[in-house]
Every structure is written in C-alpha cells, then in structure tokens.
Design a protein around this ligand. Sequence first.
Ligand code: ATP
Length: 226
Amino acid sequence: MISFDSAAVVAPDGTEILRPITLTLTEPRVSIVGANGSGKSTLARLINGLIEPTTGSVRINDLYTVRDGAEVRKAVGFVFTDPAAQLIMPTVIEDVELSLRRTHKYPRDRRTAAIAALERFGLEALAERSVHTLSGGQKQLLAIATVLSTSPATLVADEPTTLLDLHNSMRIGDLLMSLAQQVIVVTHDLELAARADRTLVVADGSIIFDGDPAEAIAHYRASVTQ
Ligand SMILES: Nc1ncnc2c1ncn2[C@@H]1O[C@H](COP(=O)(O)OP(=O)(O)OP(=O)(O)O)[C@@H](O)[C@H]1O
C-alpha cells in the first residue's frame, strides 16, 4: 500500500512542483496521466524516495521514504523512460548481476539468478551482448527484467513505452499488466493508461481527477480541448 500524507514538493527557488497530496494506492494497477511538466514524474519519484517531499510524507506500508530510504528502494523498483539511464554494465548479464549483488552474495548464485531473470523475459540469447547493441525494445525489457530480478513488491514505471514502436510498446504494456507486483505507470499512452484499475490525472502540480480510467481519460481529454 502506498500512502501520501499531505506530500508536497517545492523547488529550491520556491516553485510549487507538487501541491499537497493525500491519497492511498492499493489497486494492483494505477496509471498516471497529464500534460508535460504537470508533475507526474515528481509524483512517481516520491514513491521510491528518488525525490523527498518538502512537506508531508510518503509511505510504502510502514516504511517512510525519507526515514527508511534503503528499505523503500528494495521494496519499490523504478523503471526510467530511457533504459540507458539504468543499464550501465558492458554486457546484458553483467547488468542483471549488478542489481543482484545485494541479494546474492556469491558470484555463482548471482549468475544463476541472472540467467533465470533473463529467461523469464526471453532475453537469455542476449546474455553476452553489449547493452549498446540492443534495440530500444530489448533495452526496455532488460531494464524491467533487471529491476524485477530483485523481486520488489511494487514497480514504478515512468513512461516506459515512450521510446518504443507499436509492437514493443504493446509487449511492454502486456508485461506491466501481467506482473504479480503492484504497478504504478506514468504514461502518455492513453490505451495503456486505460488498462489500469485506477487513473490519476495530474495538472499544474495537482491531481485533478482520481478514479475510473475511462472517466479519467475523458476528463483529461476534456481539459486539453477546453
Ligand atoms: N529542481 C527543480 N527546480 C525547478 N523546477 C523543477 C525542478 N524539478 C522539476 N521542476 C519542474 O516541475 C514541473 C514538473 O516536472 P515533472 O518532471 O514532474 O513533470 P512531468 O509531468 O513528468 O512532465 P513530462 O510529461 O514532460 O515528463 C516541471 O515544470 C519541471 O520543470
């Protein structure tokens, strides 16, 4: 369960990036939509402590993102729009192994777990490839496989399909919707957003609609055409 209690983010220059938000997210799939610069990424980053609230608090069950940062980051995996931001090792398998270094102490166990993570997403044939040679879709799948290899309870994905073609965005969308984890997805892909259980519409640092995805998207469309 993710809880925001009057959580607000103010930039160092005093700009209000996110106005105080109080809500609880228990649904398996939550989508977040809204215009560029409305505050979606800031909201998503609050969930795993990448951004700390200036006032108020954010909790994952009993863990506070500020007080319990390390535990929160174990519980909440984060997938970035551009997988290059999180794929840093020379080869595919080394990248997965890097994320397993805390949970698997011995190199042999790490290798076994990394191979299993790649197999789960049909990436095992790419294990020894340089991450730079992968296609955009393969990179995004690998980024998700890497994050999920540590078994976080919650996955936050910030525009995970933005750089992908139709086939790959459908593939990533299907994957996100089929995971056992709670998934919070920030997206401009309204078809993907519509597949959630609950949708938040963000505008100018506030949540202007919170509820049924179809109604939320209609509200978002109406707010754009006004
Ligand atoms: N450190 C900062 N100082 C000042 N303004 C900031 C800072 N960080 C973010 N902002 C501003 O806060 C607003 C919200 O940014 P955020 O990245 O959350 O938007 P977003 O809805 O995810 O946008 P997009 O869809 O374009 O990714 C933007 O106007 C951004 O420029």
